[in-house]
Design a protein around this ligand. Structure first.
Ligand code: 4AD
Ligand code: MG
Length: 466
């Protein structure tokens, strides 16, 4: 095919394109026919939010017959000349010389007609929804955030490592795992579980990973600074606007570092990616500020301009107890913070990102480092307005005996994690890391209330479509 130009490139330098002939390809958003024999087509090619206005002269035979076939949703190529636009709403337009219709869309059946559709409806047409302004902008923002995250870590000297998707460990110890098996569930039982696993592919129980952290620790204790960026699976049966059964997580891990270093790294990362987005995705962000969340740009600028507030879990409990709101869940030292508590802290009380550190050891997984008080662990949860927890991390227990004691306390067999224990026997070192949920980050930067809108094909209880 002849070389086409992305519409975003034209808008980047409109004056340079004045008078030039270009080929563009994309999908028709709308068409308006004027009585004067001119048709206006809004063309979108997904490269940016903005449509390019295409002007078709219906008095010319080359464009006349084509004009009325350019229905909403049709895929077309247009060759034409960029000229100043006399109309309102755009400074340039494309005067069409010839048109190729690749794929017509039947207006009686194409579901994305020019009106606002509910997000629930759009989820049922996930094969077409990226052609809407909102889902297109989400896809571009997800892409840019991913790029910025890699750039940040590469600049900071972290190595990108690939941890397995199929694992035998349940890192978080919460048991919310998806089993991986080739056994036929419709066949009668193979007897005891031991003999059943003998027949299974790996000859032992295996799961989809809930986190790459434990394996990332191995590489941090060899390469110093590493990170993972991959899909993660949790069979939590929580039908909330912030949980997915399949989500993407970024997990940095650093050797010779403690919880303060961990906090500082998280701060720099969020600062970097949000600043980058404010610079590179202004149109898409403004779209979300206008149609989704009016306070969006202010809350993003807060992340860039101000450091997080850091408070201990104990301080958080005290603040919540003093709060003049009645929570559905009571606040008691030792109890998990609920989403209503998190949101009170970050949205009402402190009005900025908050890192809560030093949680009771019984609330957190076995791998977190026990603090000197013997009651808390060196954990951190980072909360942001509108979303709540976006990052969870900790310093890791590097002392073999304390780790084994923690495992016993939590009913985890040290034998099953012998390699993890052994890492503490040969050249152990203080180390720490965290997990950033990519979808929670996309929710934060777009203002979208439901996590199902920020991943192309959401997987939630009862839903694994497309
Ligand atoms: O707090 P979590 O469970 O921490 C871990 O998995 C650690 N192993 C990370 C580490 O230290 N390397 O999860 C980390 C983040 C959460 O803060 C949240 O942003 C996201 O992952 N997350 C989810 N996102 C969408 N759907 C879910 N079901 C999620 N569960 C966690
Ligand atoms: Mg967490």
């Amino acid at each position: 095919m002849d070389r086409a130009i992305a519409i975003v490139e034209i808008f980047k330098d409109e004056s340079a394109f004045q008078g030039t002939e270009v080929i563009v390809r994309g999908w028709v958003r709308t068409r308006r026919d004027s009585k004067a024999g001119v048709s206006f087509v809004e063309l979108n090619d997904g490269s940016c939010l903005k449509n390019l206005q295409v002007v078709l002269d219906r008095n010319r035979p080359e464009t006349a017959t084509m004009a009325e076939r350019l229905t909403t949703g049709s895929a077309v190529q247009i060759r034409g000349t960029i000229t100043p636009s006399p109309g309102k709403g755009q400074s340039i337009e494309l005067l069409a010389q010839d048109i190729v219709l690749f794929g017509w869309a039947d207006p009686a059946r194409y579901p994305l007609q020019k009106k606002r559709h509910s997000f629930e409806f759009l989820r049922t047409i996930a094969h077409l929804r990226p052609r809407t302004n909102t889902l297109g902008a989400v896809a571009r923002i997800r892409n840019r955030l991913s790029y910025a995250i890699h750039t940040f870590f590469q600049k900071e000297g972290f190595f990108y490592i690939h941890t397995p998707i199929i694992t035998t460990s349940d890192c978080e110890g919460a048991g919310d795992v998806f089993r991986v098996t080739t056994l036929d569930p419709t066949k009668p039982s193979l007897g005891s579980s031991e003999s059943a696993y003998q027949e299974d592919f790996f000859q032992k129980p295996t799961f989809l990973t809930v986190s790459g952290q434990l394996q990332a620790e191995i590489y941090a204790l060899a390469l110093g600074k590493v990170y993972t960026f991959g899909p993660t699976f949790r069979a939590e049966n929580s039908n909330t606007s912030r949980h997915l059964a399949e989500f993407w997580m970024i997990e940095p891990e650093m050797a010779f570092a403690d919880l303060n270093d961990d906090l500082a790294l998280a701060q720099r990362l969020l600062h970097y990616v949000v600043s980058d987005l404010l610079e590179t995705a202004a149109d898409d962000l403004q779209f979300f500020a206008r149609f989704v969340e009016p306070s969006l740009l202010d809350s993003l600028k807060t992340v860039v301009q101000e450091p997080f507030e850091v408070i201990t879990y104990t301080e958080a409990v005290e603040i919540l107890k003093r709060a003049d709101v009645s929570f559905a869940f009571p606040v008691e030292w030792g109890a998990d913070l609920q989403s209503e508590h998190e949101r009170y802290l970050t949205e009402k009380k402190l009005q900025r990102p908050v890192a809560i550190i030093d949680f009771p050891r019984d609330l957190k997984p076995f791998y977190m480092r026990v603090n000197d008080d013997g009651k808390t662990v060196a954990a951190m949860d980072i909360l942001v307005p509108r979303v709540g927890e976006i990052i969870g991390g900790s310093q890791r227990e590097e002392r073999r005996d304390v780790l084994v004691e923690q495992m016993h306390r939590k009913g985890i067999s040290p034998e099953a994690y012998a390699w993890y224990v052994e890492l503490r026997e040969f050249g152990s070192a203080p180390h720490c890391g965290f997990g950033l949920g990519l979808e929670r980050l996309v929710q934060f930067v777009t203002g979208l209330g439901n996590i199902r809108e920020v991943i192309p094909f959401p997987r939630t209880p009862g839903h694994a479509d497309f």
